[in-house]
Design a protein around this ligand. Structure first.
Ligand SMILES: *Cc1c(COP(=O)(O)O)cnc(C)c1O
Length: 239
């Protein structure tokens, strides 16, 4: 193995062990939690190595980086998740490679995604991004819609041609009442997911937890964890 492959294999094994231990502690089966490796800022060569090591889900947060990377990895059996704030003028490009968009947080974006998905003849899985630190505006600083806005957006996605409503996503808030209380934040997301599933039983994905807090997310009931740093290393710049 190359040095990089050895390194990634070791990191991946550690993350796998953490997820397995968190599942065991929560009395959950390991197969209930899917690992998504966040490859943002890292090259396509790393994505290729991860695929060789058995990773099947990767995530990106900037279309400029993601589009060429996804094109370079089009031969690999990967599912691509888009997890960043998404401008409508990037939607056509994102729909070209993303199997899931986890950052759906406003009606205009739903309209644009639907239009481009139909045009491309693709079905895009959508998660409503929930901002648990949403202020009076009903929006989070890093994207996301406040809990009061979920239902309307979810209904819109569910009715939109080319889109499939898959669930909810959140990032643990750095400010507000949930700051530093990851497990409580993820528990709140689970309650919101329970509410959502009354009207949309198939929207079962709960995407929460990153390198620093994946254990709390698994304990709360997350179905998907998004891990970057713990697999690929500390990013050279903020991404
Ligand atoms: C970067 C990122 C992650 C991964 O964060 P790490 O701390 O590197 O594990 C997860 N989710 C989103 C939305 C991200 O932007």
């Amino acid at each position: 193995m190359t040095d990089r492959k050895t390194q990634l294999a070791g990191n991946l094994a550690q993350v796998e062990q953490r997820i397995a231990a968190a599942c065991a502690a929560a009395g959950r089966g390991r197969e209930e939690v899917t690992l998504i490796v966040v490859t943002k800022t890292y090259p396509a060569s790393d994505v290729r190595i991860l695929s060789e090591l058995g990773v099947r889900h990767v995530a990106e947060n900037r279309d400029q980086d993601a589009a060429p990377k996804a094109a370079a990895c089009a031969d690999l059996p990967l599912k691509w998740h888009f997890v960043g704030q998404l401008q409508t003028n990037k939607v056509r490009s994102v729909v070209g490679y993303a199997d899931f968009v986890q950052s759906v947080d406003r009606s205009r974006l739903v309209g644009a995604l639907s239009k481009e998905a139909e045009r491309a003849g693709r079905e895009v899985g959508c998660l409503v991004q929930v901002a648990l630190d949403a202020g009076a505006s009903g929006r989070g600083e890093r994207g996301g819609v406040g809990p009061d806005g979920i239902e309307e957006l979810a209904d819109l996605v569910a009715r939109a041609p080319g889109l499939r409503l898959d669930g909810l996503m959140t990032v643990a808030p750095l400010t507000g009442p949930y700051a530093g209380r990851e497990q409580a934040a993820f528990g709140r997301l689970m309650d919101l997911s329970t509410d959502l599933r009354r009207a949309h039983p198939a929207a079962t994905m709960v995407s929460a937890g990153m390198s620093a807090d994946l254990e709390q997310a698994v304990a709360a009931g997350a179905t998907h964890v998004r891990v970057g740093t713990a697999v690929l290393g500390v990013r050279p710049r903020l991404g």
